[in-house]
Design a protein around this ligand. Sequence first.
Ligand code: ATP
Ligand code: MG
Length: 352
Amino acid sequence: MYFNAKSVSLLLALCVGGITSAFLSILPEVSTMGAIVGLIISFSSTFLLTYFVLEFIFFKEIGNIHRQIHELRQKQTKSSSKEVKQKNPIVDIKSQINHYAKMKEDEIAQLKKMEQYRKEFLANISHELKTPIFATQGFILTLLDGAVNDKNVRDRFLKKAAKSLNALNILVEDLLTVSKIEAGEINMEFEEFDVQIMLVDVLEQIEQKAEKKNITVTFEAPNDDPIYINADYNRLKQVVLNLVVNGIKYNKKNGWVKVILEVKEDIVTINVKDNGQGIPEEDQNRIFERFYRVEKSRTKKQGGSGLGLAICKHILERHDTSISVVSTKEEGSTFSFDLKLLNDTENEDTEL
Ligand SMILES: Nc1ncnc2c1ncn2[C@@H]1O[C@H](COP(=O)(O)OP(=O)(O)OP(=O)(O)O)[C@@H](O)[C@H]1O
Ligand SMILES: [Mg+2]
């Protein structure tokens, strides 16, 4: 039922008028006319009095509160509608307050999550930076303590210090890439090219790394025809490179990594498949987070700061696509993503 000043006053006036006239009609000395006059006077005075009190004190204030809450909600939801909903204000205020409280609760939860994320991020960065810095510091201090005089030790330690500094440089570059992509500061430079040429480029770059671990890296395509796409050549190369390097790094000796291209209608799917150690199911949807690693206490040999897949994910998002993984522990993993092919007419335009 919709309560407003008029309806409440009417209801009250009817009750008071009814009771007054009923009371007057049972008094023998009061005539019917007198009872009717009593009814009219009590009805109208009760109505007017109640109406003024309710309208000017109670409902006016409630109306103001209602309007303010409505405006506040409109600001929060950035809605442009100016009209206040024509509902019972008391009922509407309750639902608006509930809605507003829920919205604030969600905001607080989101802020808490961000704060936790920020803390973890800072802790991870400091930890990752400390490792190569301490290692370099250790080598240099040992040299300064006298080891510098022994040519063999000096060369070995300087090489190790240089390696640690190199790792530090890669880490800082990766960190910069992630934060720039996340802040939207890196623009993709889209160009048209043949995916197969890019893959040959990737394979040439990792040849040595693969040979060192005796891992065979191969590349399979449906045929020799070029597969044209429109993408950022260097960034996409970085994605495939990260995936192939992971395939090598998390593999056993004499393992294999295959880059398989599949073309279906206007989509090319790039799969990077390995027969390495695989990823436990519970970790599979977390490995794309910054700094996430399956084995937390990693041997120096496997290295890695856990940024590679986060970078891949962001680069692919900027190409309007996403990366997925299928993996079985001890059997291997396949990372895949789709890209849109350039259609024939676009190819002809490029060739002209
Ligand atoms: N092909 C794979 N096989 C098994 N585990 C993998 C594979 N690729 C990634 N992982 C797991 O996912 C984690 C995250 O991978 P990611 O590439 O982001 O980081 P990283 O290799 O540890 O370091 P970075 O790439 O920054 O040098 C790895 O630490 C590893 O545990
Ligand atoms: Mg990696």
